[in-house]
Design a protein around this ligand. Structure first.
Ligand SMILES: [Zn+2]
Length: 230
């Protein structure tokens, strides 16, 4: 009986998911073409969008610690379009695909044993209100699940600043200085932190956030982004 009920439930479940998939067909994360259910990347993009195994060394922190940044993709072509839809057009369903790319990269580059907590570069309160979600936190939460690590909001952006992509390299570093701080009550002494952001251009934002975390006692900070600007 129980078995039968289960089967019926399962059938009903699959009927509804079929209906949902017909009404709202899934789209490929990278090209936005309609794809098959449970298949977030179409066959063409699975072939064409290859991970690039990018490892960047950020500047040394004030106490001489080296901060690395891992990225599975370059910010160009289909990846760029995909991230823009994710960031500005509400395509939150992209997050698991990006997180998977990041985690595979972390595994291949032998970083898996160097993390205790996953966190994300925060948005300011004003940006959070207008966008409704922090795209980096969505990816970080998915990555935390895959890595079986806790996710925590550790940082806050407590000062508004100018939009980074409007500035040149030198001014980007200046623009982010002193705008992030640790949230009250967060204890990170001795912790190895994986810090996730969406895109890395000069690395100024990641560098600044890493500095704050290290200053507050983190043992190490490793950064990961979806894509690096080539
Ligand atoms: Zn595609």
């Amino acid at each position: 009986m129980k078995h039968l009920q289960k089967t019926r439930k399962k059938r009903r479940g699959s009927f509804f998911s079929l209906l949902i998939n017909m009404l709202f067909p899934p789209h490929c994360v990278f090209c936005d073409e309609v794809t098959y259910p449970d298949c977030p990347v179409c066959a063409t993009c699975a072939r064409e969008v290859q991970r690039v195994h990018k490892l960047s060394r950020l500047n040394e922190s004030a106490d001489g610690k080296v901060v690395w940044c891992v990225a599975p993709y370059l910010y160009e072509g289909k990846v760029r379009g995909s991230i823009l839809r994710f960031k500005f057009y509400g395509c939150r369903e992209h997050a698991p695909v990006y997180a998977k790319g990041i985690c595979e990269e972390l595994a291949e580059q032998k970083f898996l044993s160097r993390m205790d907590i996953v966190t994300a570069v925060p948005l300011s309160k004003r940006r959070m209100r207008t966008r409704g979600y922090n795209q980096s936190a969505l990816v970080a939460k998915e990555a935390a699940q895959l890595l079986e690590l806790p996710y925590r909001d550790i940082l806050e952006k407590y000062k508004e600043n100018r939009i980074q992509h409007e500035l040149d390299r030198r001014n980007r570093a200046k623009n982010v200085r002193g705008v992030y701080r640790i949230l009250p009550g967060e204890e990170i002494t001795g912790k190895q932190i994986l810090l996730i952001d969406d895109i890395m251009t000069t690395g100024a934002t990641l560098q600044e956030c890493a500095e704050v975390l290290l200053r507050e006692g983190a043992a190490s900070v490793l950064c990961a982004v979806i894509a690096v600007v080539p």
